[in-house]
Write a protein that binds this ligand. Structure first.
Ligand SMILES: *Cc1c(COP(=O)(O)O)cnc(C)c1O
Length: 376
C-alpha cells in the first residue's frame, strides 16, 4: 500500500455496508429495509453510500434535511421514479418548491405542515407524496396526540396528499425490556388504524431486533448499516465498515518523572517509548478520550498517554514491536485488519463517554478517505 499523503487514513468498506443492509433485510423480511443517510450517511459520505446501496437494491432512503435530500438525489443519478427519498425534519413553507423539483418526500410532523402540503398540491393540481410522522412517546418530532385526533376526525385534510407512509420513532429500542417500547408499539398501532390506509414504519436499527411486531411494512436502519452494534446487550451481529488509521510522526524515549502533553497531565513512573500520531480533536478524535483508550500497533495495545490535542495524540508504544514503532507507520485507532484485535466503535465511544453515532458523525475532513467495494 502506498504511503498516505495525509496524516491519517479512513477506510470505508461499502461492501460491508451492503452486507449489513442485506442482513437487516433478512431480519425484517417480508418487510423491506430502507437506509438512513442523514448527516452525510453518519459521516461516511452519502454520495458513496447511497449509490452503493441503490445498486444492491435499496429503494428507500431517509435524510434529515432538504439539502441532504437534494444532494442524495443528485448522487443517485435517478429521477423520482425508482427511489423515494424521505426528509425526516419536515418541510418549511419556503422549501416546498425544492421538495417538488427534486422529488423529495417530506415527513409531515404537524397539522400545519399537513394543511400547507395539501394546499400546495391543490395549487399544483396534482397529488403530492408525503409521509406522516406521529408521535408515540418520543416527544421530538411528529403529530402530537391531540393533532392526530383532529386529523383522524377530518381525513379530508389529507386530500391531495399521496400518503406513502405512516411512521413513528422509538425512544428506547436499545433497551429491549424498557416499558416504553410496548407502549409506543400500542400507540402506533392505534394511530395507524385511525388514519387512511398506508404503509407503516416504526423500527430503526435497534427496533429491528425487538421482534417482528415492530417491523410493520418498512424498517429504517441507520447506525447498524455503518457497523455499530444495534444490540448493545449482546455481541455485534454487524460487519465492520470503518477503519481509522493514524500515522506516527515521531517517536521518542521519555525518562521516569517526565510528563507528556498539555497540562502535563500524564507523568511517567518508568522509562517509556512514546509515539506522536497526527490525529486530534479537530479530526473528531474527541478530547474526552485524553488518557483513556488507545490504538493497536502490530496487534499490541498502545494506550493514549496525556491529552488529546487539536492535531495530535501521544501513545505509549513501549510494548509494540520495535520495528513498527517508527515514523510513517500507521496505527489502528478505530477498527482493524479484521483479526478482531482492533478497537470497536463501541470501545472508542466508551473511552470518550459517548455513543458510536457521535464517533461516526464527528469523523473529520482531514483524513484520506479510501472506499472499498460498492461496485456492481
Ligand atoms: C436517525 C433516525 C433513524 C435511524 O436510527 P438508527 O438508530 O441510526 O438506526 C430512523 N428513524 C428516525 C426518525 C431517525 O431520526
Amino acid at each position: 500500500m502506498s504511503e498516505p499523503s495525509l496524516a491519517a487514513v479512513l477506510t470505508i468498506d461499502l461492501d460491508a455496508v451492503r452486507a449489513n443492509w442485506r442482513l437487516l433485510g433478512e431480519r425484517t423480511r417480508p418487510a423491506p429495509c430502507a437506509a438512513v443517510l442523514k448527516a452525510n450517511a453518519y459521516g461516511l459520505g452519502a454520495a458513496r453510500v447511497g449509490p452503493a446501496l441503490a445498486r444492491a437494491g435499496c429503494r428507500q432512503f431517509f435524510v434529515a434535511q432538504l439539502a441532504e435530500g437534494v444532494a442524495l438525489r443528485q448522487a443517485l443519478r435517478d429521477k423520482t421514479a425508482n427511489t423515494s427519498i424521505f426528509v425526516l425534519n419536515g418541510v418549511m413553507e419556503s422549501e416546498r418548491l425544492s421538495f417538488e423539483a427534486h422529488g423529495l418526500v417530506p415527513c409531515l410532523n404537524d397539522l400545519g405542515q399537513v394543511d400547507r402540503w395539501a394546499q400546495f398540491a391543490r395549487r399544483l393540481e396534482r397529488k403530492l407524496p408525503a409521509a406522516l410522522q406521529v408521535d408515540t412517546g418520543m416527544n421530538r418530532l411528529g403529530l402530537p396526540a391531540a393533532e392526530l385526533d383532529r386529523l383522524a376526525g377530518e381525513p379530508e385534510r389529507l386530500a391531495g396528499i399521496d400518503l406513502r407512509l405512516v411512521m413513528s420513532h422509538l425512544a428506547c429500542a436499545d433497551e429491549p425490556d424498557h416499558p416504553l417500547n410496548r407502549r409506543q408499539l400500542d400507540r402506533f398501532r392505534t394511530a395507524a388504524a385511525r388514519l387512511p390506509a398506508a404503509r407503516a414504519s416504526l423500527a430503526a436499527s435497534s427496533g429491528i431486533f425487538l421482534g417482528p411486531d415492530f417491523h410493520f411494512d418498512l424498517a429504517r436502519p441507520g447506525v447498524a448499516l455503518y457497523g455499530a452494534n444495534p444490540t448493545p446487550w449482546t455481541a455485534n451481529p454487524m460487519t465492520q465498515v470503518v477503519r481509522l488509521q493514524g500515522k506516527i510522526l515521531q517517536v521518542r524515549s521519555v525518562d521516569r518523572g517526565e510528563t507528556v502533553g498539555y497540562g502535563a497531565s500524564h507523568r511517567f513512573i518508568r522509562p517509556r517509548r512514546i509515539a506522536t500520531v497526527g490525529v486530534g480533536y479537530a479530526d473528531g478524535f474527541l478530547r474526552a478520550a485524553s488518557d483513556r483508550g488507545g490504538a493497536v500497533l502490530g496487534g499490541v495495545a498502545a494506550p493514549i498517554v496525556g491529552r488529546v490535542s487539536m492535531d495530535l495524540i501521544t501513545l505509549d508504544v513501549s510494548d509494540a514491536p520495535e520495528e513498527l514503532a517508527r515514523p510513517g507507520v500507521l496505527v489502528d485507532l478505530i477498527g482493524g485488519d479484521g483479526s478482531g484485535r482492533g478497537r470497536s466503535l463501541e470501545d472508542v465511544a466508551a473511552d470518550a463517554g459517548t455513543i458510536p453515532y457521535e464517533i461516526l458523525t464527528a469523523l473529520g475532513q482531514r483524513y484520506e478517505r479510501r472506499y472499498l467495494g460498492g461496485i456492481g
